[in-house]
Design a protein around this ligand. Sequence first.
Ligand code: PLP
Length: 475
Amino acid sequence: MKTDKTVRLDLSRKEMQDFGYKVVDAIVDHFETQDQKLPVAIASRKEIDALFCEEAPENPMAADDVLKFVLENVMTNSNIMTHPKSYAFVPGPSNYISVMSDTLATGFNIFAGGWVGSPAAAGVEINTLNWMLKLFNFQVKKGGGIFTSGGSMANLTALATARKVKCGDDFSKAIIYLSDQAHSSNIKAINILGFKKEQVRIIPTDMEFKFSINKLKNAIAKDKIEGFQPFCMIASSGTTNTGTVDPLEELSRICKKENIWLHVDGAYGAAAILSKNGKKLLKGIEKADSLTVDPHKWLFQPYEIGCLLVQNHKWLSGTFTEKPVYLRDIEGNQSEINFYDHGIELTRHFRALKFYMSIKTFGLQAFRKAIDYSIELAEEVEAELRQSNKWEVISPATLAIINFRYNTVEEKLSEKKLDEINQKISAKMMASGEALLVTTILQGQVVLRMCLINPRTTIEDVKNTLALCEMFALE
Ligand SMILES: *Cc1c(COP(=O)(O)O)cnc(C)c1O
């Protein structure tokens, strides 16, 4: 018996090509015109439901019509994270080579879970991870890692590994330290892993938003006296708020002395290792036991790809290896890595491919230049803000992030009024759609935050945005 074409979910060669070329054309059009579009999409639940709420159709529809509907209603109702004026959160500048590489990985539906699924996928992942290990001065032979969906999964994988290595099966007395500027995904991971609130120490930061070392030392000493087991510290190399790098050298010394696992969350900023200035700021990162990097941020990859690096690959296999009977035939030997034994997922998208192909295509030098450019752009923006009497720099340009607020010298305004004005600037900017610019809170003040990692953002883009901000402030 042979099924017909529709039952096999097949298309003819011509249909596949026609549809594929249309998709490619739509993506290329977007790449060429995105900078002229408005980056912000705002829609209510009601509006979105009106577009998409329908029963799953029993009957087919022309692929072209489905595509047309999606291009008109889905793509237009999404923020453009690759836009030069997307300053909020952490933008994802992306790149076309990786977009197409991802299409290849999906097109061939490569199973990147284990060696037998695709020896080449494992090989490309091993090799690409080795590039990363080398960049961060981790030991390439002994070290290991894994690509994940993002930084959140990398942090979760790291903390599960740290717990297994340092605590074995009993973590009832284990204590984790992180600063009040650490990313929320770490707290999420801690909760998922089943730690109690009493096992988490959130250490205040100093005026520069860095781990306050004295408070940290006091907390560790107190925990030891009380019979707890300090086991893990989460440092940030580039906090999401301000780009601040914790004092890694000092923290690693404390960790070594106290037998504490040092996890560095570099999801935002670790990519800066590629630039000269960034490398200086990140000194000590090579001493981490585990490190999260997020290639879908400042390494210009489209979503999703995160990365975890560890100093000893056996820590991962020791944490995640299970040997179910249905996988017994694909276990392979020691050197043939099954990445399902190094992390949480079994079936895995071949994420390494886009990273591999884009680095090969552009060369590391292009990445270095793009990162240098962003760091310098943020410094230029800082200088621009400082020479104006309307703006106050709250946190200086650090790893391409700058925080500032409208605070004109022409008028003495209360803190409450300043908060209101800056909130209003962001709200009006978002409503206008002209720039993706939101606020954060630093030391109790509402401030505007720009994360300038898009290499297509120019100083003119930023100046235009600031001029608009000034106009909104006066409205
Ligand atoms: C973005 C970010 C994360 C989370 O990464 P996702 O890829 O969004 O899951 C974790 N830590 C820091 C410091 C980040 O900036």
